[in-house]
Each structure stands twice: as structure tokens, then as C-alpha cells.
Ligand binder design. Structure first.
Ligand code: PSU
Ligand code: MN
Length: 304
């Protein structure tokens, strides 16, 4: 049995059956620079509370699984260096050896499921990297969505990826990809893309009921909700695509591989856009947190 350390707020919400939204910690340690990462983590939690749900940021601290972090723990993580980036493969090892690690989408889904939390908000999921036909670099996030029953709210897959291949793999794995309120799958920093959405839903209640229906069908795995970035924060595709191409070329030239690829690309795009990519990233995560809170409220109103 895993001993889960709940924050007092999450403990109370669990006891009362109140809505809870899980949040990952890799976005804090590897996805954004300090102090923007700390400001974002705090703002996202406040957004969830303002929508009437309770935030549960997830991380492994000294071998203990925490579901809900206090402000000082978030601040420590935001400034920490050399924190492990945990996915399905290394989650158990970190708990066993007393390590400290930030959870990716995959690991956060595993923890949310254990804690009985049905919805999770992030920025963008991992997926099939450009050049995957030779590197084989496909994020474990995709497998997790196929296996673990949590609804994940994102702004699409991170646009640094090969998006066409990412959506193909999710279709193969039987993961519902639901665009929120539009017919195209959003592309993280940009609201739209060339990709038609396999599914579209326009309200949180339908998304919550669809999760319940999947469970009733006995289907394992989650749902992916792709929520477009707010209009005022988006970076149009024609502006961001050349920057992404340059960042991917730089990653290849420097021989960046494995877990380092995603953090490298996000940091490089931050430099190349002079911080604008970070502003957009913050806006989209907050937007996802608000939608996730509304879905959590709908879920907690449904019969268990
Ligand atoms: N979304 C963001 N920033 C991030 C990530 C997601 O806006 O840093 C993280 C998530 O934790 C995701 C991970 O699971 O990047 C994907 O990493 P990889 O491609 O190595 O699987
Ligand atoms: Mn990878």
C-alpha cells in the first residue's frame, strides 16, 4: 500500500466528496523558469479554488507521495535543481529509494487515480516527437492515457511535437480526443491547427458524463480534453512554427535526447520568443485549470 500524504485541504475535500483537480509538478520543475513557474503554480491553484474546487498538486518528496502541496513545498520545488522528472517507468523506484521527483502527465495520472481524483489539468501533454521515426521518442503520456482512467485537460499536445503522429497514436490507443468548443484540435500556443478534432464537446457537464459512460462500458484509460488557449494570449501558427523548427534543429545539433528533449525545447522557445511563449503557456494552463475545475464539479454531482 502506498502511503499518500494529503494536504489538509485535499483531505477535507475527499471526506466531503468535494470536487478536486490534480495538477502535475514537472511543469514547475522542468517546464518553466523561476520565478514564472512559482507564480503560475500559485495562480493555477487560486483559479481552481475560485471555480469552487480544490487543487491537488502532486509530487514525490523524500520518497513520500504528496497529493496537495503546501505553499512552502511548491516554493521549494520551484527553486530546486536536479529534481527527477518522474514518469510511469521511474515512479516506483523514486518512492522506494526515498528520492524527490516531479510528476509528468503520466505519473500524475497514476497518482490521481490512486487518490480517487478524476480530473487533471496541465499545459500540453507529451507525444510523438519530430523525428520519432528514427529516435523512437514517444512520450509515455500517450500509453498512460490509454490505461489510466483520468480526464486530462490540456491545450493540445505541445506544438514542439509531431502533432499528426501524436493524434494518430492516440486514435490507435483508443483515447478520446475531445476539442472543447471548436472543430479543430488546438495546438498549445495557437488556438487552431490543421487537425480536425475527432470529438467535440461544448460544456463541462457532457465531458463529465462521457467519463462516467466510458467507465460504465468497462473501458480503461482516460479522456483527453483539448482546450484552446485564450484568444488574447495565443501566438499564431505562422509566428510560432519557424521558432519551433529552429528549436528542434538546435536540439538535434546539440544531441539532446530522452527526458531532456522537452525541457530543452521549451527553454529554447522561451529564449527565441523573448519570453512570449512563457506568457502564453501561463495563460493556457490557467485556462485549463478553470475548465478542469468545472468538470470536477460536474463529476462530483454525478452518481458515483
Ligand atoms: N506541459 C507543459 N510543460 C511541461 C510539460 C507539460 O506546458 O513541461 C511536461 C509534462 O509533465 C509532460 C512532459 O508529461 O512535459 C512530457 O515529457 P516527455 O516528452 O519527456 O514525455
Ligand atoms: Mn520523451
Amino acid at each position: 500500500m502506498i502511503d499518500i500524504h494529503y494536504s489538509p485541504e485535499v483531505e477535507t475535500a475527499r471526506a466531503e466528496g468535494a470536487p478536486i483537480v490534480a495538477l502535475e509538478s514537472t511543469i514547475i520543475t522542468h517546464g518553466m523558469p523561476y520565478p514564472g513557474n512559482l507564480e503560475t503554480a500559485r495562480a493555477v491553484e487560486a483559479d481552481i479554488r475560485a471555480e469552487g474546487a480544490v487543487p491537488a498538486t502532486i509530487a514525490v518528496l523524500g520518497g513520500a507521495l504528496h497529493v496537495g502541496l503546501g505553499d512552502s513545498a511548491i516554493e521549494t520545488l520551484a527553486q530546486a535543481r536536479n529534481v527527477a522528472k518522474l514518469s510511469r517507468a521511474d515512479f516506483a523506484a523514486c518512492l522506494t529509494t526515498g528520492g524527490t521527483g516531479a510528476t509528468t502527465v503520466a505519473a500524475t495520472m497514476i497518482a490521481a487515480r490512486l487518490a480517487g481524483i478524476g480530473v487533471f489539468a496541465t499545459g500540453g501533454i507529451g507525444g510523438v516527437h519530430q523525428g520519432a521515426e528514427s529516435s523512437f521518442d514517444i512520450s509515455a503520456d500517450l500509453q498512460e492515457l490509454a490505461q489510466t482512467r483520468v480526464t486530462v485537460v490540456c491545450a493540445g499536445a505541445k506544438a514542439i511535437l509531431d502533432l499528426a503522429k501524436t493524434w494518430e497514436v492516440l486514435e490507435t490507443l483508443g483515447v478520446p480526443v475531445i476539442a472543447y468548443g471548436q472543430d479543430r484540435i488546438p495546438a498549445f500556443w495557437s488556438r487552431s491547427s490543421a487537425h480536425a478534432a475527432p470529438l467535440r464537446m461544448d460544456d463541462a457537464a457532457t465531458i463529465a458524463r462521457a467519463a462516467l459512460t466510458r467507465a460504465a462500458l468497462g473501458l480503461p484509460g482516460g479522456q483527453l480534453v483539448a482546450n484552446p488557449i485564450p484568444q488574447e494570449a495565443e501566438i499564431p501558427a505562422e509566428e510560432i512554427l519557424p521558432v519551433i523548427a529552429r528549436a528542434n534543429a538546435d536540439a538535434a545539433a546539440h544531441g539532446i535526447q530522452g527526458k531532456a528533449v522537452t525541457p530543452y525545447l521549451l527553454q529554447r522557445i522561451f529564449e527565441l520568443t523573448e519570453g512570449r511563449s512563457l506568457e502564453a503557456n501561463i495563460a493556457l494552463v490557467r485556462n485549463n485549470a478553470r475548465l478542469a475545475a468545472r468538470i470536477a464539479r460536474e463529476m462530483s454531482a454525478l452518481p458515483a
